[in-house]
Design a binder for this molecule. Structure first.
Ligand code: NAP
Length: 257
């Protein structure tokens, strides 16, 4: 039990990597606070955890809305008295080269992917500071490190999250709070399936082509990232501070011949 009796809040955990992490954290003994914009999907995650004998609770909140985030944090503290782990996972995709992106689409990606991390951290941090402990995991992406076609708004947000992680770590290290970032490569989740459907005529051919990006010639699975998140959440990573953790099948540092 690597998270025995820890309280972990995971944003966007009604789907994909967030759901997989919620299931894994619960199996490792955590009380998981499942957040999502989509209440049905969030409740499904909770039901799945409870059907496996785990402990979880759903809180609906839009991570871009301060009142909604403040209520989520207050409700969690009222119910559990603690938040030991915050996984800022909620995020959305943005497609297009810069000149193709409409201002409202640009703003939407920035709001969810950057403001969401800022707001949730803002309201959780005072509690962690008071208790002088905590682990925050911010979801970046390997796109923060490499150029990929037609991903201008999305890459801008994930680069910002990586920079923010390092800055947060310096500010909160004196409170014994660790802040690290996850940098996944392409992970087959509803997020990527949707991107493939809307961006390519032949999604199967697109998946085959995407697989060649990895040295493993496979796409990642949500579980691959969940295991890395568990490591960052747990005491096993106690000497990791402000670090990027890559889970990308070799995309950033390897090169297929
Ligand atoms: P996903 O399956 O789409 O899950 C993301 C969840 O976040 C969805 O349930 C989504 O709800 C929720 N969400 C969106 N906006 C929200 C908001 N304002 N407030 C609360 N919840 C919100 O995506 P995923 O692939 O698991 O991605 C999770 C994170 O990993 C994202 O930050 C993504 O950028 C990052 N990431 C993914 C990959 C990849 O290849 N999959 C690679 C690198 C990084 P709705 O469905 O209702 O929008």
């Amino acid at each position: 039990m690597r998270l025995a009796n820890k309280v972990a809040l995971i944003t966007g955990s009604g789907s994909g990597i967030g759901r997989s992490s919620a299931l894994l954290f619960a199996r490792e003994g955590a009380f998981v606070v499942v957040n999502d914009l989509d209440a049905d999907k969030g409740r499904e995650t909770v039901e799945e955890i409870m059907s496996q004998g785990g402990r979880a609770w759903f809180v609906h909140a839009d991570v871009t809305d301060p009142d909604s985030v403040r209520s989520m944090v207050n409700e969690t503290l009222a119910a559990y008295s603690r938040i030991d782990v915050l996984f800022n996972n909620a995020g959305i995709s943005g497609v297009g080269a810069l000149h193709e992106v409409e201002p409202e689409d640009w703003d939407r990606v920035i709001r969810v992917n950057i403001r969401g991390v800022y707001l949730t951290s803002k309201y959780v941090l005072p509690h962690m500071m008071e208790h002088t402990s905590g682990s925050i995991i911010n979801m970046s992406s390997c796109i923060a490190e490499i150029g990929l076609a037609k991903r201008a708004s999305y890459s801008a947000t994930k680069g910002a999250v990586l920079a923010l992680t390092k800055s947060m770590q310096v500010d909160y290290a004196p409170y014994n709070i660790r802040v690290n970032a996850l940098l996944p490569g392409t992970i087959l989740t509803p997020f990527v399936e949707n991107y493939l459907r809307t961006s390519y005529g032949d999604p199967e051919a697109a998946i085959a082509s995407l697989k060649t990006r990895q040295l493993s010639n496979e796409l990642g699975r949500p579980e691959d990232v969940a295991k890395a998140a568990l490591f960052l959440a747990s005491e096993e990573s106690s000497f990791m501070m402000g670090s990027p953790l890559y889970v990308d099948g070799g995309v950033v540092f390897g090169k297929n011949a």
